[in-house]
Design a protein around this ligand. Structure first.
Ligand code: ZN
Ligand code: ZN
Ligand code: ZN
Length: 351
C-alpha cells in the first residue's frame, strides 16, 4: 500500500477478505466491509446478524457490527476519514462503491487486486499444503474416471457432471465449483456447459472439474475416449501430452509466464495444430479458481517460488473433437512441482 500510495483498503466480497481475516463476506444487500488503513488499525464493518460467525482477532482487526437501522456506508465513510486513495475489492457490488463515492467526494479509487494480487500469488507452506490436499482429492476422482468407474456411454453430459461433482464432495471437497463434461463434438468447446447430449461409444470426452477443499481450489482436466481412439486422435493427443509436459518442465522460478505459454504453444504449432489451441496455457489458483499469475503471451512477469498455477494446453478441432490436459503446478526453489500426479495418458474407457 505504501509503494502504491494507497491510503486504505476496503474489502468486501471476494477472496482478499478471507485471505487476510479468515472470514468470507456474504453476497448480500447488507454491506460487509473491512476498512484497513495504511496508517491505522483495521475494522470489519459487518451486519450485526452476521457478527456471531466472525472469529474476531483483535491483533488483526476489530469488529463494528451495524444494526438494521444504521447506515453502513456512513460507518465505512467515517472510518475512512480524510484518506483519499482507496483500493476497493474487485468484487464489491457497484451499488456500494457508488454510494461510497457519493459519500466521499474527492477520493480516488483503485481495485484492491493492485495491492493484493502479487502478494496472494505467492503461497506459503500452509497454502501449498492446502492446494496439495485439494489436488490429491481431484486426482482420486480423475483416477476413478480413467479407470472406467464413472459410467459414460448412454448417460448425458449433465448426469456425468453431477456424478463427478458428487465424487469431489465424497473425496473431501466442501464446494464444487464446476464440472465440465464435453463429449463428441462438444469436446471442441473448452468451456462447454454440460447438457442433455448422450455420450456415445467412440468419442472423446473432456472432463474438467474442481472445487474448494478447506478454502483452496482444485482444478484438473483429463480427456478420455469411449473405446479405441482412431489413429488421428491418438496422434493429436500425443502432441498435446508432449506440449503439456514440456510446459510443466518449463515452469521454473525466474521463467517469464509467457515463456511457459510459448513452450506449450510451440509444440502444438509445429505439429500443425496451432490455430486449434485457442486459449492461454494457464492461470494462477488459490482461494480463487482463477487468479494471478496468468500464463499468457504478453505477461513477461517471471514466476517466483510459491506461485501456484494451472498448465492446461488444449487442442480443439471445431465440430469434431478436442482434448485438454490440466495439472496444478507450484514453482519451487528446486523446480516445478505438479500437484496432480494421476496419469496423463489417454484413458480408453468402455461403458
Ligand atoms: Zn477454463
Ligand atoms: Zn480446469
Ligand atoms: Zn484451469
Amino acid at each position: 500500500m505504501a509503494e502504491l500510495g494507497v491510503d486504505a483498503l476496503l474489502l468486501s466480497l471476494g477472496a482478499d477478505l478471507p485471505w487476510l481475516t479468515g472470514y468470507e463476506a456474504m453476497p448480500l444487500e447488507r454491506l460487509t466491509m473491512l476498512v484497513l488503513p495504511a496508517d491505522g488499525a483495521a475494522t470489519l464493518v459487518v451486519p450485526a446478524l452476521e457478527a456471531p460467525r466472525v472469529a474476531e482477532d483483535r491483533s488483526v482487526f476489530s469488529l463494528r457490527p451495524w444494526s438494521e437501522t444504521e447506515d453502513p456506508v456512513a460507518i465505512v465513510a467515517g472510518l475512512v476519514g480524510r484518506r483519499r486513495l482507496l483500493a476497493v475489492s474487485d468484487r464489491t457490488w457497484a451499488s456500494f462503491v457508488l454510494a461510497l463515492q457519493d459519500r466521499l467526494p474527492g477520493t480516488a479509487w483503485r481495485p484492491s487486486s493492485e495491492v493484493t494480487a502479487t502478494l496472494r500469488a505467492v503461497k506459503d507452506e500452509a497454502e501449498i499444503a492446502a492446494l496439495r490436499r485439494a489436488a490429491s482429492a481431484a486426482d482420486r476422482v480423475a483416477a476413478q474416471l480413467m479407470a472406467g468407474d464413472v459410467p459414460l456411454v448412454g448417460r448425458s453430459e449433465a448426469e456425468v457432471s453431477a456424478d463427478l461433482g458428487g465424487r469431489l464432495r465424497a473425496e473431501g471437497h466442501q464446494r464444487v465449483n464446476f464440472a465440465i463434461v464435453g463429449s463428441g463434438p462438444n469436446s471442441a468447446s473448452p468451456h462447454h456447459e454440460p447438457g442433455p447430449r448422450r455420450i456415445r461409444a467412440g468419442e472423446a470426452v473432456v472432463c474438467d472439474f474442481g472445487g474448494a477443499f478447506d478454502g483452496y481450489c482444485s482444478d484438473i482436466t483429463r480427456t478420455v475416449f469411449t473405446g479405441a481412439p482412431p489413429a488421428e486422435f491418438a496422434e493429436l493427443y500425443t502432441v498435446l501430452q508432449r506440449a503439456q509436459a514440456t510446459a510443466v518442465a518449463a515452469a521454473t522460478a525466474g521463467t517469464a509466464c509467457e515463456a511457459v505459454d510459448l513452450a506449450a504453444r510451440r509444440i502444438i504449432d509445429e505439429a500443425g495444430f496451432g490455430p486449434h489451441f485457442i486459449h492461454r496455457t494457464g492461470h494462477g489458483i488459490g482461494l480463487e479458481e482463477h487468479e494471478h499469475p496468468y500464463l499468457v503471451s504478453g505477461n513477461a512477469e517471471p514466476l517466483v517460488a510459491g506461485n501456484a498455477f494451472s498448465v492446461e494446453p488444449g487442442i480443439y478441432v471445431d465440430g469434431r473433437w478436442g482434448a485438454r490436459i490440466e495439472d496444478i503446478v507450484v514453482a519451487t526453489g528446486s523446480g516445478p512441482e505438479a500437484l496432480n500426479t494421476v496419469s496423463h495418458d489417454l484413458a480408453v474407457v468402455h461403458g
